[in-house]
Design a protein around this ligand. Structure first.
Ligand SMILES: Nc1ncnc2c1ncn2[C@@H]1O[C@H](COP(=O)(O)OP(=O)(O)OP(=O)(O)O)[C@@H](O)[C@H]1O
Length: 324
């Protein structure tokens, strides 16, 4: 459904001139610096997938989305959306695509939300009954009624994001590109947006490519994640697989009723690492692919009167920090 082959984007930036008349001399600048924003990205996303596209600031996520949606032309490589190039068959592709940029609204700032939708509907040449039906569904699913007659500039960020999502869905596209749709939202609004996105994917079968810096978005929504760093796709697969490949240790805290006596000179032989002993609490690190919790408990129960066990698994955010 979404195919990108050897996608590259290089931006050419003029190197600013210093000294007298630099403003005028910059107009005729002949020195350039190149920024390789996206380097040889190849990906293929099937119908109904919900894919997270993540990476640190400046990694090339937005640039990729802009090329996939036809806003930018790749320097080299090509894109196919439902079999058509967004650069060459823009009209055809736009019908299949809904795009939301969390940092910028596609709605008219001073107009009531409903008026923006009317304009978009006429831009997409939607016929009246279809538009009416789709808007009624979106009003219901995204709970638009509380602000549909309010000018966009007066909406809260959470309401604005819902309004933008509805705008992207008016023409009922099969694919959604969402660039940071939860940016700046509080926990309640984030949860709400995630619920809507899940609904759009599971109930409506939308294919979704999501960029975000919020790893909870990814963990809760995406079955697959693509990691991009310095313009290059460095991982494409499931979250679980990524977790296994990075192999961050789990931390176990074991509380004893009295003092803990470590076996003298034998701790190096153990299948886990003792990192701390304090106030009858022993902290160990272990790789859960290599040793089970039961094996750990069997070993440490010989070292004192074991009272309680607490296991901290590495969270997705830790894993992603390690990847970056
Ligand atoms: N129009 C442009 N002109 C010049 N350089 C650009 C342009 N757009 C992006 N870049 C550069 O390309 C690189 C990738 O930027 P991009 O916006 O795609 O990153 P991103 O992964 O979306 O980052 P963020 O998470 O901060 O939004 C950056 O170095 C950025 O400065």
């Amino acid at each position: 459904m979404i195919i990108a082959r050897n996608l590259c984007k290089t931006f050419k930036l003029t190197v600013p001139k210093e000294g007298r008349f630099k403003g005028i001399r910059n107009l005729f600048a002949s020195e350039y610096r190149e920024v390789n924003a996206v380097k040889d990205v190849t990906l293929s996303i099937g119908s109904g997938e919900f894919v997270g596209y993540i990476g640190p600031n400046g990694a090339g996520k937005s640039t990729t989305i802009k090329m996939l949606s036809g806003i930018l032309h790749p320097t080299s490589g090509d894109v196919l959306i439902c079999g058509a190039s967004p650069q060459q068959n823009r009209r055809q592709v736009v019908r299949q695509l809904g795009v939301v940029f969390g940092q910028r609204s596609q709605l008219w700032w001073d107009l009531p939300v409903r008026d923006s939708y009317d304009i978009l509907a006429s831009m997409y040449k939607l016929d009246a009954p279809h538009y009416k039906e789709q808007l009624a569904t979106l009003r219901n699913v995204l709970q638009l009624d509380e602000f549909i007659d309010t000018p966009v500039r007066k909406l809260s960020l959470g309401q604005r994001m819902r309004a933008d999502l509805a705008a992207a869905l008016l023409h009922n596209p099969a694919i959604l590109f969402l660039d940071e749709p939860t940016i700046g939202l509080d926990v309640v609004a984030k949860k709400q947006i995630r619920t809507y996105l899940k609904h759009l994917n599971v109930e409506w079968g939308k294919t979704i490519l999501l960029t975000t810096h919020d790893m909870d978005d990814i963990e809760q929504l995406c079955s697959r994640v693509i990691v991009i760093n310095r313009g290059e796709a460095i991982y494409d697969g499931s979250i679980e697989n990524l977790q296994e490949r990075i192999g961050l240790p789990s931390v176990m805290k074991l509380a004893f009723r009295g003092p803990v006596t470590l076996p003298a000179g034998r701790t190096e032989m153990l299948p886990f690492k003792v990192t701390d002993v304090q106030d009858n609490v022993l902290t160990i690190e272990c790789n859960r692919n290599e040793v089970t919790a039961m094996e750990v408990l069997r070993n440490v129960s010989e070292w004192g009167d074991l009272l309680d066990v607490h296991i901290e698994e590495p969270d997705f955010e830790d894993i992603i920090h390690r990847v970056y």
